[in-house]
Design a binder for this molecule. Structure first.
Ligand code: ADP
Length: 176
């Protein structure tokens, strides 16, 4: 059994997934936005925004959990990805800490299944290949240590983003 057996790619809407936790690519206010953030708030209903208002925002790279309310997911882990500014503003370390901290929050809650969108690759414009590489590196490192997390879904809205993950996964599993 390979560590990669615990990672699954999925094309579709993350808000439809019946997993313990879905990760939201939020902005630092945690008060909603466009993209996946808007979809999660629409799916969860107004109680999610009410809980988010009590959290006092979230710094880039960190993560905070809430309930999932009307979503099939029990929890939402809100993380704030870096805005891509060319690569010399600590973007890679910040994106890595988004994945690490989101997994840590979910494991603290006892989640066994978690789904991630491609954090920062939408309006924050992080290059998709680099973002996929960081996501997989952090997820594999986390899965190598004992925790409640048994399955990590990488969810892409579009086929092109999914293909980026597929290539990144293939390049890793071919050599091991
Ligand atoms: P960011 O501000 O972190 O870049 P975005 O929401 O703009 O966040 O985009 C992050 C990624 O999530 C993009 O690849 C986008 O296509 C994808 N996305 C948008 N809506 C959904 C959804 N409902 N389910 C899964 N992925 C989504």
């Amino acid at each position: 059994m390979s560590i990669y057996d615990h990672i699954e790619l999925h094309q579709g809407d993350i808000t439809r997934l019946e997993v313990d936790a879905i990760v939201n690519a939020a902005n630092s206010s945690l008060l909603g936005g466009g993209g996946v953030d808007g979809a999660i708030h629409r799916g969860a209903g107004p109680q999610l925004l009410a809980e988010c208002r009590t959290l006092g925002g979230c710094p880039t790279g960190e993560a905070k959990a809430t309930g999932g309310y009307d979503l099939p997911a029990r929890w939402v882990v809100h993380t704030v990805g870096p805005i891509w500014k060319g690569g010399h503003k600590n973007e890679a370390a910040l994106l890595a800490s988004c994945y690490r901290n989101s997994l840590t929050r979910a494991a603290e809650l006892g989640a066994t299944t978690i789904a991630f969108p491609a954090i920062s690759t939408g309006v924050y414009r992080y290059p998709k290949e680099d973002a996929a590489n960081i996501a997989l590196t952090e997820i594999v490192a986390f899965l190598e240590r004992p925790s409640s997390i048994a399955k990590v879904y990488l969810v892409c809205f579009d086929a092109e983003s999914l293909e980026v993950y597929r290539k990144e996964l293939a390049s890793r599993t071919d050599t091991t």
